[in-house]
Design a protein around this ligand. Structure first.
Ligand SMILES: *Cc1c(COP(=O)(O)O)cnc(C)c1O
Length: 355
């Protein structure tokens, strides 16, 4: 694919870059931002001229709907630099489409492609020095939209702000991840907003996750809200299970987010002749497989960590530890996927897009 060009944009550059103050070897995820950000406001029923301006706080009215009714959505993407210093995106069209799906579900206006993808291209051109060469270095991209219209009447806002901010990141390592299988709390429900990348889905997860943390678990594997018998997502990632030599993952639904990493893992695994089954995976099935030794791996899949191996899970008070494997599929797939992203392997799928 070709990224659309954004011609109508106001650019106001910083007078001096802060890049020399950044220790790129010791970055905490999502903590430092580049010199510039993209801003585009929606009012009077139309998107206004976007601008690229110095990264800085901004003012909004205390009665803005985002504070009271949570009309807020986001995306998570990454930019990579290859050995020749070219900057690449990974399946950005998927993030663009999903963003507008989220917008529709939250009664927010869709963002035009020229603003989202064209604006991102422009912003990356301006801040391209912030994308560092070398595997493991990325620039995390956070597009988001908030309701800025004022007034506490409970109705969709008439005004919105779309923004893109960029944060340099090292490959994400979260340490050993033990998970708790949800018996009571839910991330999403049928008819709800679980398939949207809505801010509220995250805040709703914080409290149950905090309780899990206190018990020594880093994440929760969410189960379906009605019966708590089906395994759905791991924290804020899609989740895969390897039983014998088959990878299992749940189909996307109103409760399960359609992750770009998830679908890339499925396609890559199929290319590698690994058996993949997209179907409901039951908690009972997992416990049984853990008991009889056929459960080999569990891993989360999402843009930030790419693949996040899980070392064990707890269900109804019993902890089940996974075997330590020499040739984990999780690591093999992660290597293949990141090689495509960094242009170290042929992109036979056509997933990478040059800036
Ligand atoms: C963002 C997200 C994912 C992962 O999606 P990617 O496109 O792979 O980054 C999975 N689950 C939830 C709930 C998410 O918000």
């Amino acid at each position: 694919m070709e990224l659309k060009t954004l011609n109508e944009v106001e650019i106001n550059l910083v007078t001096s870059s802060k890049i020399n103050q950044v220790d790129f070897e010791n970055l905490t995820f999502g903590n430092i931002f580049t010199d510039h950000m993209l801003v585009c406001d929606y009012k009077n029923g139309a998107w206004q001229m976007p601008s690229i301006v110095p990264y800085a706080p901004f003012m909004i009215d205390p009665s803005a709907k985002v504070f009271h009714y949570g009309q807020a959505i986001f995306e998570g993407m990454k930019a990579y630099k290859d050995q020749q210093d070219a900057v690449w995106l990974f399946r950005p069209d998927e993030n663009y489409k999903r963003f507008n799906k989220s917008a529709t579900r939250m009664a927010m206006p869709e963002v035009p492609e020229t603003v989202f993808l064209g604006g991102l291209k422009k912003l990356l051109e301006v801040d391209r020095e912030w994308v560092r060469k070398g595997k493991g270095n990325t620039l995390y991209i956070r597009p988001f939209m908030i309701a800025t219209g004022h007034g506490v009447i409970a109705a969709p806002s008439q005004e919105y702000r779309f923004m893109i901010i960029l944060s340099p990141a090292k490959s994400y390592y979260s340490g050993e991840v033990k998970v708790l299988i949800a018996e009571h709390y839910s991330r999403a429900a049928n008819g709800g907003i679980g398939a949207a990348k809505a801010a509220g889905n995250y805040s709703a997860q914080f409290y149950p996750t905090k309780l899990a943390n206190e018990q020594g678990f880093q994440q929760i594997i969410w189960t379906d809200d009605a019966t708590h018998t089906k395994l759905e997502e791991a924290g804020t990632m899609n989740v895969f299970f390897r039983i014998n030599d088959t990878l299992l993952t749940a189909p996307t639904s109103e409760r399960i987010l359609d992750g770009v990493t998830r679908k890339s893992v499925i396609e890559l695994a199929k290319r590698e002749n690994i058996d993949v089954e997209v179907r409901s995976v039951l908690v009972d099935e997992l416990v049984e497989a853990a008991k009889n030794g056929s459960l080999k791996e569990i891993f989360g899949a999402g843009t930030a960590a790419v693949i996040n191996p899980i070392v064990g899970f707890s269900y109804l008070g019993t902890y089940y530890e996974l075997p330590k494997l020499e040739n984990a599929i999780a690591l093999e797939i992660k290597e293949k996927l990141t090689n495509i992203q960094y242009k170290l392997a042929d992109d036979t799928f056509g997933w990478t897009v040059k800036i």
